[in-house]
Unconditional design. Structure first.
Length: 151
């Protein structure tokens, strides 16, 4: 038996833009269905928001997203602050998205794209456990842990 987990992100109106951004970072295909696709009248606010969204790429990256009905503001639900203080990561977010690449060059490529409009929590650099590790909070409020898989 096998099992696959997929991160499911919750947004307040920005799911479509976030999915498009993640597809530009990781490649693959995007599937999006709106509330209108499932019967919500087009003239109601939020009918064009995402009820089901997925980015899936051949390299194994998968992320799902949707817009919480009736919510606006764009920020992902959960916490809003992740930062370093006294050599410790402090956060009010319940979840980080963690990705690991086989090489530092590959990790750097994802990092550079995710960093567009992001707040860097910890720069991507060699660490005691990896050839590269860094954290950032992207323009949509999602905190990413980016690393290199240990040999």
């Amino acid at each position: 038996m096998t099992i696959q987990t997929t991160t499911h992100l919750n947004f307040r109106g920005d799911a479509r833009a976030a999915l498009s951004f993640y597809q530009s970072v990781f490649g693959g295909n995007t599937a999006i269905r709106t509330y209108a696709d499932f019967g919500m009248p087009q003239d109601l606010p939020g009918a064009d928001n995402v009820v089901f969204g997925l980015v899936a790429s051949d390299n194994g990256f998968r992320v799902m997203a949707y817009d919480i009905p009736g919510e606006t503001g764009g920020t992902i639900t959960g916490g809003t602050s992740t930062h370093r203080e006294n050599n410790t990561t402090l956060t009010d977010q319940a979840v980080f998205v963690s990705i690991n690449a086989d090489t530092l060059d590959e990790a750097q490529g994802y990092w550079d794209k995710l960093a567009d409009g992001a707040t860097v929590v910890e720069p991507l650099a060699a660490s005691a456990w990896s050839a590269g590790f860094g954290m950032l909070t992207d323009r949509f409020g999602v905190t990413w842990s980016v690393g290199v898989t240990a040999a």
